[in-house]
Ligand binder design. Structure first.
Ligand code: ATP
Length: 457
Protein backbone atom coordinates (compact mmCIF):
# COMPACT_ATOMS: atom_id res chain seq x y z
CA UNK A 1 0.00 0.00 0.00
CA UNK A 2 2.82 2.38 0.89
CA UNK A 3 4.25 1.42 -2.47
CA UNK A 4 1.06 2.66 -4.15
CA UNK A 5 1.49 5.98 -2.36
CA UNK A 6 5.06 6.36 -3.63
CA UNK A 7 3.94 5.65 -7.17
CA UNK A 8 1.07 8.10 -6.85
CA UNK A 9 3.31 10.85 -5.50
CA UNK A 10 5.73 10.25 -8.39
CA UNK A 11 2.89 10.41 -10.92
CA UNK A 12 1.59 13.63 -9.38
CA UNK A 13 4.98 15.25 -9.86
CA UNK A 14 5.63 13.76 -13.31
CA UNK A 15 2.27 14.79 -14.73
CA UNK A 16 1.78 18.10 -12.98
CA UNK A 17 -0.86 17.33 -10.36
CA UNK A 18 1.07 18.17 -7.20
CA UNK A 19 4.62 19.47 -6.70
CA UNK A 20 6.55 19.89 -3.46
CA UNK A 21 6.40 23.68 -2.95
CA UNK A 22 9.54 25.85 -2.77
CA UNK A 23 11.46 22.94 -4.28
CA UNK A 24 14.27 25.01 -5.80
CA UNK A 25 15.00 26.28 -2.29
CA UNK A 26 15.10 22.74 -0.94
CA UNK A 27 11.39 22.50 -0.11
CA UNK A 28 9.68 24.12 2.85
CA UNK A 29 7.46 22.96 5.68
CA UNK A 30 5.88 20.02 3.87
CA UNK A 31 3.85 22.26 1.62
CA UNK A 32 2.67 21.55 -1.90
CA UNK A 33 1.67 23.35 -5.07
CA UNK A 34 -1.19 22.11 -7.23
CA UNK A 35 0.21 22.05 -10.75
CA UNK A 36 -1.65 22.55 -14.04
CA UNK A 37 -3.75 19.36 -13.76
CA UNK A 38 -3.99 19.38 -9.97
CA UNK A 39 -5.45 22.87 -9.97
CA UNK A 40 -8.06 21.81 -12.56
CA UNK A 41 -8.96 18.79 -10.43
CA UNK A 42 -9.20 20.99 -7.35
CA UNK A 43 -11.44 23.45 -9.13
CA UNK A 44 -13.71 20.66 -10.38
CA UNK A 45 -14.09 19.25 -6.86
CA UNK A 46 -14.87 22.69 -5.43
CA UNK A 47 -17.42 23.35 -8.19
CA UNK A 48 -19.09 19.99 -7.64
CA UNK A 49 -19.29 20.68 -3.91
CA UNK A 50 -20.74 24.16 -4.40
CA UNK A 51 -23.25 22.90 -6.91
CA UNK A 52 -24.26 19.95 -4.71
CA UNK A 53 -24.57 21.81 -1.43
CA UNK A 54 -25.21 25.45 -2.33
CA UNK A 55 -26.49 26.37 -5.77
CA UNK A 56 -28.86 23.42 -6.21
CA UNK A 57 -30.48 23.93 -2.79
CA UNK A 58 -32.99 26.54 -1.74
CA UNK A 59 -32.00 26.32 1.92
CA UNK A 60 -28.32 27.19 1.40
CA UNK A 61 -26.34 30.37 0.76
CA UNK A 62 -22.61 31.00 0.51
CA UNK A 63 -20.18 33.58 1.83
CA UNK A 64 -16.51 34.34 1.23
CA UNK A 65 -14.84 35.91 4.26
CA UNK A 66 -11.31 36.99 5.14
CA UNK A 67 -8.51 34.77 6.43
CA UNK A 68 -7.56 37.30 9.10
CA UNK A 69 -10.48 38.14 11.36
CA UNK A 70 -10.92 39.99 14.62
CA UNK A 71 -8.75 38.21 17.23
CA UNK A 72 -11.63 38.31 19.72
CA UNK A 73 -13.46 35.81 17.53
CA UNK A 74 -10.83 33.17 18.28
CA UNK A 75 -10.89 33.93 21.98
CA UNK A 76 -14.66 33.53 22.11
CA UNK A 77 -14.58 30.33 20.07
CA UNK A 78 -12.07 28.81 22.48
CA UNK A 79 -9.29 28.44 19.91
CA UNK A 80 -6.77 30.79 21.53
CA UNK A 81 -7.10 29.01 24.85
CA UNK A 82 -7.76 25.47 23.80
CA UNK A 83 -6.89 24.62 20.20
CA UNK A 84 -3.96 22.49 21.29
CA UNK A 85 -2.24 19.26 20.43
CA UNK A 86 0.11 17.28 22.66
CA UNK A 87 3.71 17.19 21.53
CA UNK A 88 6.78 15.32 22.66
CA UNK A 89 10.41 15.41 21.52
CA UNK A 90 12.85 12.54 21.14
CA UNK A 91 15.81 13.62 23.26
CA UNK A 92 18.22 11.58 21.14
CA UNK A 93 17.48 12.68 17.58
CA UNK A 94 15.47 15.82 18.46
CA UNK A 95 12.54 14.82 16.25
CA UNK A 96 9.15 16.11 17.33
CA UNK A 97 5.96 14.02 17.41
CA UNK A 98 2.26 14.20 18.26
CA UNK A 99 2.24 12.46 21.65
CA UNK A 100 -1.39 11.34 21.24
CA UNK A 101 -0.57 9.70 17.90
CA UNK A 102 2.42 7.77 19.33
CA UNK A 103 0.34 6.61 22.28
CA UNK A 104 -2.61 5.64 20.13
CA UNK A 105 -0.40 3.58 17.83
CA UNK A 106 1.14 1.82 20.83
CA UNK A 107 -2.06 1.08 22.76
CA UNK A 108 -4.94 1.50 20.34
CA UNK A 109 -6.43 3.93 22.87
CA UNK A 110 -7.21 7.59 22.48
CA UNK A 111 -5.84 9.66 25.40
CA UNK A 112 -6.45 13.03 23.79
CA UNK A 113 -6.11 15.79 26.37
CA UNK A 114 -4.63 13.53 29.09
CA UNK A 115 -0.99 14.62 29.17
CA UNK A 116 0.06 12.63 32.26
CA UNK A 117 -1.52 9.47 30.93
CA UNK A 118 0.34 9.89 27.63
CA UNK A 119 3.65 10.40 29.45
CA UNK A 120 3.00 7.26 31.48
CA UNK A 121 2.35 5.18 28.34
CA UNK A 122 5.46 6.51 26.57
CA UNK A 123 7.63 5.54 29.53
CA UNK A 124 5.95 2.32 30.69
CA UNK A 125 5.48 0.86 27.22
CA UNK A 126 8.96 2.03 26.17
CA UNK A 127 7.46 3.49 22.99
CA UNK A 128 10.22 3.82 20.41
CA UNK A 129 11.09 6.91 18.37
CA UNK A 130 10.13 6.25 14.76
CA UNK A 131 13.27 7.92 13.51
CA UNK A 132 16.12 6.67 15.73
CA UNK A 133 14.50 3.86 17.71
CA UNK A 134 15.40 5.14 21.16
CA UNK A 135 12.86 5.70 23.94
CA UNK A 136 14.18 8.80 25.61
CA UNK A 137 11.27 11.22 25.66
CA UNK A 138 10.94 14.83 26.74
CA UNK A 139 7.97 15.96 28.78
CA UNK A 140 4.64 15.81 26.95
CA UNK A 141 3.35 19.36 26.59
CA UNK A 142 0.60 21.24 24.84
CA UNK A 143 1.16 23.25 21.72
CA UNK A 144 -1.32 25.79 20.36
CA UNK A 145 -2.02 25.29 16.67
CA UNK A 146 -3.03 28.87 15.90
CA UNK A 147 -0.85 30.67 13.34
CA UNK A 148 0.01 34.10 14.70
CA UNK A 149 0.81 37.12 12.65
CA UNK A 150 1.24 40.81 13.31
CA UNK A 151 -1.05 43.54 12.06
CA UNK A 152 0.22 47.00 11.40
CA UNK A 153 -2.15 48.74 13.80
CA UNK A 154 -1.24 51.85 15.75
CA UNK A 155 -1.73 50.50 19.26
CA UNK A 156 1.37 48.28 19.35
CA UNK A 157 2.20 45.48 21.78
CA UNK A 158 -0.16 42.54 22.17
CA UNK A 159 -2.79 44.49 20.25
CA UNK A 160 -0.82 43.78 17.10
CA UNK A 161 -1.37 40.04 17.24
CA UNK A 162 -3.80 38.55 14.78
CA UNK A 163 -4.40 34.97 13.73
CA UNK A 164 -4.75 33.23 10.40
CA UNK A 165 -8.08 31.43 10.68
CA UNK A 166 -7.71 27.78 11.83
CA UNK A 167 -11.06 26.89 10.21
CA UNK A 168 -13.50 28.63 7.90
CA UNK A 169 -16.47 28.09 10.24
CA UNK A 170 -15.67 31.04 12.52
CA UNK A 171 -16.34 33.58 9.80
CA UNK A 172 -19.73 32.01 9.18
CA UNK A 173 -20.95 32.46 12.76
CA UNK A 174 -19.95 36.10 12.92
CA UNK A 175 -21.83 36.83 9.66
CA UNK A 176 -24.98 35.06 10.85
CA UNK A 177 -26.81 38.33 11.52
CA UNK A 178 -25.77 39.93 8.23
CA UNK A 179 -26.93 36.91 6.27
CA UNK A 180 -30.27 36.69 8.10
CA UNK A 181 -30.86 40.44 7.67
CA UNK A 182 -29.89 40.60 4.01
CA UNK A 183 -31.24 37.39 2.48
CA UNK A 184 -34.57 35.67 2.85
CA UNK A 185 -33.27 32.56 4.56
CA UNK A 186 -35.60 30.77 6.95
CA UNK A 187 -34.59 28.24 9.59
CA UNK A 188 -33.58 25.53 8.78
CA UNK A 189 -30.93 26.96 6.47
CA UNK A 190 -27.21 26.69 5.93
CA UNK A 191 -24.33 29.04 5.21
CA UNK A 192 -21.40 27.60 3.27
CA UNK A 193 -17.87 28.74 2.73
CA UNK A 194 -14.82 27.41 0.89
CA UNK A 195 -11.41 28.73 1.79
CA UNK A 196 -7.97 28.41 3.26
CA UNK A 197 -7.36 27.51 6.88
CA UNK A 198 -4.05 27.42 8.74
CA UNK A 199 -2.87 25.20 11.57
CA UNK A 200 0.61 25.04 12.98
CA UNK A 201 0.50 21.23 12.91
CA UNK A 202 3.25 19.61 14.99
CA UNK A 203 3.89 17.06 12.27
CA UNK A 204 2.65 17.68 8.75
CA UNK A 205 2.86 14.82 6.31
CA UNK A 206 1.42 11.93 4.37
CA UNK A 207 1.60 14.02 1.21
CA UNK A 208 -1.38 16.42 1.12
CA UNK A 209 -3.24 14.68 3.97
CA UNK A 210 -1.92 16.89 6.77
CA UNK A 211 -0.81 20.35 5.74
CA UNK A 212 -0.25 23.56 7.68
CA UNK A 213 -2.05 25.55 5.02
CA UNK A 214 -5.07 23.78 3.60
CA UNK A 215 -8.53 24.37 2.28
CA UNK A 216 -11.90 23.55 3.82
CA UNK A 217 -15.43 23.43 2.49
CA UNK A 218 -17.69 24.01 5.45
CA UNK A 219 -21.38 24.44 6.22
CA UNK A 220 -23.12 25.69 9.31
CA UNK A 221 -26.69 24.42 9.12
CA UNK A 222 -28.95 26.35 11.50
CA UNK A 223 -31.94 24.56 13.00
CA UNK A 224 -34.73 25.16 15.47
CA UNK A 225 -33.44 23.97 18.89
CA UNK A 226 -36.75 22.21 19.48
CA UNK A 227 -36.49 20.20 16.31
CA UNK A 228 -35.69 16.50 16.54
CA UNK A 229 -32.28 16.63 14.89
CA UNK A 230 -31.30 12.95 14.69
CA UNK A 231 -32.86 12.33 11.29
CA UNK A 232 -31.28 15.44 9.83
CA UNK A 233 -27.90 14.41 11.25
CA UNK A 234 -28.20 11.00 9.60
CA UNK A 235 -29.18 12.67 6.34
CA UNK A 236 -26.03 14.84 6.39
CA UNK A 237 -23.90 11.77 7.06
CA UNK A 238 -25.41 10.10 4.01
CA UNK A 239 -24.74 13.21 1.94
CA UNK A 240 -21.13 13.24 3.06
CA UNK A 241 -20.75 9.57 2.14
CA UNK A 242 -22.34 10.23 -1.23
CA UNK A 243 -19.90 13.07 -1.82
CA UNK A 244 -16.98 10.74 -0.99
CA UNK A 245 -18.35 8.33 -3.60
CA UNK A 246 -18.71 11.17 -6.10
CA UNK A 247 -14.94 11.63 -5.67
CA UNK A 248 -14.53 8.04 -6.79
CA UNK A 249 -14.24 6.33 -3.39
CA UNK A 250 -15.65 2.80 -3.25
CA UNK A 251 -18.28 2.19 -0.54
CA UNK A 252 -16.07 -0.40 1.18
CA UNK A 253 -13.32 2.22 1.59
CA UNK A 254 -15.60 4.61 3.47
CA UNK A 255 -16.66 4.19 7.09
CA UNK A 256 -18.06 6.19 9.99
CA UNK A 257 -16.27 6.78 13.26
CA UNK A 258 -18.41 8.15 16.06
CA UNK A 259 -16.57 10.03 18.80
CA UNK A 260 -17.17 8.58 22.25
CA UNK A 261 -19.67 10.61 24.24
CA UNK A 262 -17.17 11.26 27.05
CA UNK A 263 -14.59 12.59 24.56
CA UNK A 264 -16.91 15.18 23.04
CA UNK A 265 -16.36 18.87 23.65
CA UNK A 266 -18.82 20.10 26.28
CA UNK A 267 -20.92 21.84 23.62
CA UNK A 268 -21.16 18.97 21.15
CA UNK A 269 -24.08 16.56 21.20
CA UNK A 270 -22.63 14.22 18.63
CA UNK A 271 -19.59 14.07 16.34
CA UNK A 272 -19.00 11.55 13.58
CA UNK A 273 -16.04 11.40 11.21
CA UNK A 274 -16.35 10.03 7.71
CA UNK A 275 -13.13 8.10 7.20
CA UNK A 276 -11.47 6.94 4.01
CA UNK A 277 -9.13 3.98 3.67
CA UNK A 278 -5.95 5.84 2.67
CA UNK A 279 -2.94 3.80 1.51
CA UNK A 280 -0.93 4.99 4.54
CA UNK A 281 -2.17 3.57 7.85
CA UNK A 282 -5.72 2.75 6.75
CA UNK A 283 -8.93 4.58 7.68
CA UNK A 284 -8.43 8.25 8.54
CA UNK A 285 -10.66 11.31 8.78
CA UNK A 286 -11.83 12.70 5.47
CA UNK A 287 -14.90 14.70 6.54
CA UNK A 288 -16.53 15.47 9.87
CA UNK A 289 -20.05 16.11 11.11
CA UNK A 290 -20.78 17.73 14.46
CA UNK A 291 -23.84 18.93 16.33
CA UNK A 292 -22.49 22.12 17.95
CA UNK A 293 -25.70 23.21 19.72
CA UNK A 294 -25.92 27.00 20.19
CA UNK A 295 -22.39 27.22 21.60
CA UNK A 296 -20.88 29.43 18.90
CA UNK A 297 -23.72 31.89 18.39
CA UNK A 298 -24.07 32.33 22.15
CA UNK A 299 -20.32 32.73 22.68
CA UNK A 300 -20.06 35.38 19.94
CA UNK A 301 -23.18 37.17 21.12
CA UNK A 302 -21.76 37.38 24.61
CA UNK A 303 -18.24 38.41 23.57
CA UNK A 304 -19.40 40.97 20.99
CA UNK A 305 -22.49 42.31 22.72
CA UNK A 306 -24.54 41.77 19.54
CA UNK A 307 -27.69 39.65 19.70
CA UNK A 308 -27.39 36.65 17.42
CA UNK A 309 -30.95 35.36 17.28
CA UNK A 310 -33.55 34.30 14.81
CA UNK A 311 -37.12 35.51 14.72
CA UNK A 312 -39.63 32.95 13.56
CA UNK A 313 -42.41 35.26 12.31
CA UNK A 314 -44.86 32.45 11.58
CA UNK A 315 -44.90 31.35 15.22
CA UNK A 316 -43.89 34.64 16.78
CA UNK A 317 -40.90 33.01 18.47
CA UNK A 318 -37.38 34.28 19.00
CA UNK A 319 -34.56 31.80 19.57
CA UNK A 320 -30.86 31.09 19.14
CA UNK A 321 -30.64 28.35 16.52
CA UNK A 322 -28.66 25.18 17.06
CA UNK A 323 -26.20 24.22 14.41
CA UNK A 324 -25.14 21.09 12.58
CA UNK A 325 -21.71 21.43 11.01
CA UNK A 326 -20.70 19.28 8.03
CA UNK A 327 -17.05 19.96 7.26
CA UNK A 328 -15.11 18.74 4.24
CA UNK A 329 -11.35 18.95 3.73
CA UNK A 330 -10.62 19.96 0.15
CA UNK A 331 -7.04 18.69 0.08
CA UNK A 332 -8.13 15.37 1.59
CA UNK A 333 -10.90 15.24 -1.05
CA UNK A 334 -8.29 15.71 -3.76
CA UNK A 335 -6.12 13.02 -2.18
CA UNK A 336 -9.10 10.67 -2.06
CA UNK A 337 -9.87 11.32 -5.73
CA UNK A 338 -6.22 10.68 -6.65
CA UNK A 339 -5.93 7.50 -4.57
CA UNK A 340 -9.24 6.10 -5.81
CA UNK A 341 -8.40 6.89 -9.44
CA UNK A 342 -4.92 5.37 -9.50
CA UNK A 343 -5.03 2.12 -11.47
CA UNK A 344 -2.36 -0.11 -12.96
CA UNK A 345 -3.46 -2.42 -15.76
CA UNK A 346 -1.74 -5.25 -17.56
CA UNK A 347 -2.41 -5.16 -21.28
CA UNK A 348 -1.28 -7.39 -24.14
CA UNK A 349 1.04 -4.65 -25.35
CA UNK A 350 2.46 -3.98 -21.88
CA UNK A 351 1.13 -2.25 -18.79
CA UNK A 352 -0.47 1.13 -18.32
CA UNK A 353 -1.20 3.50 -15.47
CA UNK A 354 -4.58 5.15 -15.75
CA UNK A 355 -6.24 7.70 -13.49
CA UNK A 356 -9.88 6.62 -13.50
CA UNK A 357 -11.39 9.83 -12.14
CA UNK A 358 -15.16 10.18 -12.32
CA UNK A 359 -15.52 11.75 -15.77
CA UNK A 360 -16.97 15.03 -14.49
CA UNK A 361 -13.94 15.57 -12.22
CA UNK A 362 -11.14 14.75 -14.70
CA UNK A 363 -8.78 17.72 -15.16
CA UNK A 364 -9.06 17.40 -18.94
CA UNK A 365 -12.31 16.15 -20.44
CA UNK A 366 -11.18 15.68 -24.01
CA UNK A 367 -7.83 15.60 -25.78
CA UNK A 368 -7.63 16.33 -29.50
CA UNK A 369 -4.90 14.77 -31.65
CA UNK A 370 -4.00 15.28 -35.30
CA UNK A 371 -2.80 11.82 -36.39
CA UNK A 372 0.41 13.29 -37.82
CA UNK A 373 1.82 16.66 -36.89
CA UNK A 374 3.62 17.22 -40.18
CA UNK A 375 0.42 17.14 -42.27
CA UNK A 376 -0.94 20.70 -42.26
CA UNK A 377 -4.43 19.64 -43.39
CA UNK A 378 -4.75 17.25 -40.41
CA UNK A 379 -3.41 19.87 -38.00
CA UNK A 380 -5.82 22.51 -39.35
CA UNK A 381 -8.80 20.19 -39.00
CA UNK A 382 -7.72 19.18 -35.47
CA UNK A 383 -7.35 22.84 -34.50
CA UNK A 384 -10.86 23.49 -35.72
CA UNK A 385 -12.24 20.57 -33.66
CA UNK A 386 -10.24 21.72 -30.63
CA UNK A 387 -11.56 25.29 -30.96
CA UNK A 388 -15.14 24.03 -30.89
CA UNK A 389 -14.72 21.53 -28.06
CA UNK A 390 -12.72 23.91 -25.86
CA UNK A 391 -15.65 26.34 -25.80
CA UNK A 392 -17.62 23.74 -23.86
CA UNK A 393 -15.17 21.34 -22.22
CA UNK A 394 -11.73 21.52 -20.68
CA UNK A 395 -9.87 20.36 -23.79
CA UNK A 396 -6.22 19.83 -24.64
CA UNK A 397 -4.45 19.80 -28.00
CA UNK A 398 -1.69 17.23 -28.25
CA UNK A 399 0.49 16.53 -31.28
CA UNK A 400 3.55 15.27 -29.45
CA UNK A 401 4.98 11.82 -30.28
CA UNK A 402 2.95 8.98 -31.75
CA UNK A 403 -0.71 8.41 -30.91
CA UNK A 404 0.10 5.48 -28.61
CA UNK A 405 2.32 7.71 -26.50
CA UNK A 406 -0.34 10.41 -26.40
CA UNK A 407 -2.88 7.86 -25.13
CA UNK A 408 -0.49 6.80 -22.34
CA UNK A 409 0.00 10.42 -21.33
CA UNK A 410 -3.73 11.19 -21.33
CA UNK A 411 -4.36 7.95 -19.36
CA UNK A 412 -2.04 9.24 -16.63
CA UNK A 413 -3.83 12.57 -16.62
CA UNK A 414 -7.15 10.72 -16.51
CA UNK A 415 -8.65 12.23 -19.67
CA UNK A 416 -11.87 10.30 -20.40
CA UNK A 417 -11.98 10.99 -24.17
CA UNK A 418 -9.27 11.22 -26.84
CA UNK A 419 -10.30 12.41 -30.29
CA UNK A 420 -8.03 11.64 -33.26
CA UNK A 421 -8.30 13.42 -36.60
CA UNK A 422 -7.01 11.20 -39.44
CA UNK A 423 -7.16 11.16 -43.24
CA UNK A 424 -10.71 9.78 -43.24
CA UNK A 425 -11.76 12.80 -41.18
CA UNK A 426 -10.85 15.02 -44.14
CA UNK A 427 -13.14 12.97 -46.37
CA UNK A 428 -16.17 12.24 -44.21
CA UNK A 429 -16.01 14.62 -41.21
CA UNK A 430 -15.79 11.79 -38.68
CA UNK A 431 -13.18 11.25 -35.96
CA UNK A 432 -12.07 8.40 -33.71
CA UNK A 433 -13.09 8.74 -30.06
CA UNK A 434 -11.18 6.52 -27.68
CA UNK A 435 -12.59 5.74 -24.24
CA UNK A 436 -10.11 5.95 -21.33
CA UNK A 437 -11.50 2.99 -19.39
CA UNK A 438 -12.45 0.48 -22.07
CA UNK A 439 -9.86 1.73 -24.60
CA UNK A 440 -12.49 1.05 -27.23
CA UNK A 441 -12.62 3.33 -30.24
CA UNK A 442 -15.69 4.62 -31.97
CA UNK A 443 -16.17 6.62 -35.13
CA UNK A 444 -18.22 9.76 -34.38
CA UNK A 445 -19.36 12.61 -36.68
CA UNK A 446 -17.61 15.88 -35.80
CA UNK A 447 -20.94 17.70 -35.56
CA UNK A 448 -22.16 15.13 -33.02
CA UNK A 449 -19.05 15.19 -30.80
CA UNK A 450 -20.34 17.66 -28.21
CA UNK A 451 -23.58 15.73 -27.69
CA UNK A 452 -21.68 12.41 -27.60
CA UNK A 453 -19.36 13.64 -24.82
CA UNK A 454 -22.10 15.44 -22.90
CA UNK A 455 -24.19 12.31 -22.79
CA UNK A 456 -21.30 10.26 -21.36
CA UNK A 457 -20.51 12.89 -18.72
P1 ATP B 1 -7.35 15.58 12.35
O1 ATP B 1 -7.93 14.78 13.48
O2 ATP B 1 -6.95 14.75 11.15
O3 ATP B 1 -6.28 16.55 12.79
P2 ATP B 1 -9.45 17.45 12.78
O4 ATP B 1 -10.44 16.60 13.49
O5 ATP B 1 -8.59 18.38 13.53
O6 ATP B 1 -8.54 16.53 11.83
P3 ATP B 1 -11.41 19.26 11.79
O7 ATP B 1 -11.02 20.30 12.76
O8 ATP B 1 -12.66 18.50 11.97
O9 ATP B 1 -10.18 18.23 11.63
O10 ATP B 1 -11.33 19.89 10.33
C1 ATP B 1 -12.28 19.63 9.33
C2 ATP B 1 -11.66 18.99 8.09
O11 ATP B 1 -10.55 19.76 7.64
C3 ATP B 1 -11.11 17.60 8.34
O12 ATP B 1 -12.13 16.64 8.19
C4 ATP B 1 -10.06 17.47 7.28
O13 ATP B 1 -10.60 17.04 6.05
C5 ATP B 1 -9.57 18.90 7.10
N1 ATP B 1 -8.28 19.10 7.79
C6 ATP B 1 -8.10 19.33 9.10
N2 ATP B 1 -6.80 19.51 9.39
C7 ATP B 1 -6.13 19.40 8.21
C8 ATP B 1 -4.76 19.51 7.82
N3 ATP B 1 -3.82 19.77 8.71
N4 ATP B 1 -4.44 19.34 6.52
C9 ATP B 1 -5.40 19.08 5.59
N5 ATP B 1 -6.70 18.98 5.90
C10 ATP B 1 -7.08 19.14 7.17
Amino acid sequence: MQDKMQKLVALCKRRGFVFPASEIYGGFANSYTYGPYGSELKKNIKDLWWKTFVSSRRDMVGIDGPIILHPKLWEASGHVGGFNDAMVDCKQCKKRFRADHLVEEATGQDFEGELEKMQEVLVNEKVKCKVCGSSDWSEVRVFNLMFKTEMNTTEGGEENIAYLRPETAGAIFIEFKNVVDSSRVKVPFGIAQIGKAFRNEIVAGNFIFRLREFEQMEIEYFIDPELAWEELFEDWLLKQEQFAMALGAKPEDIRRYEHAQEKLSHYSKKTVDIEYNFPFGGFKELFGLAHRTDFDLKAHAEASGTKLEYFDAANNRRFVPHVIEPTFGLDRSILTALVAAYTEEELEEGSRIVMKFPRNLAPVTVAVFPLLKNKPELVAKAEEVFANLSMIFKAEFDDNGNVGKRYRRQDEIGTPFCVTIDFDSLEDDTVTVRDRDTMEQERVKIEELVGYIQEKL
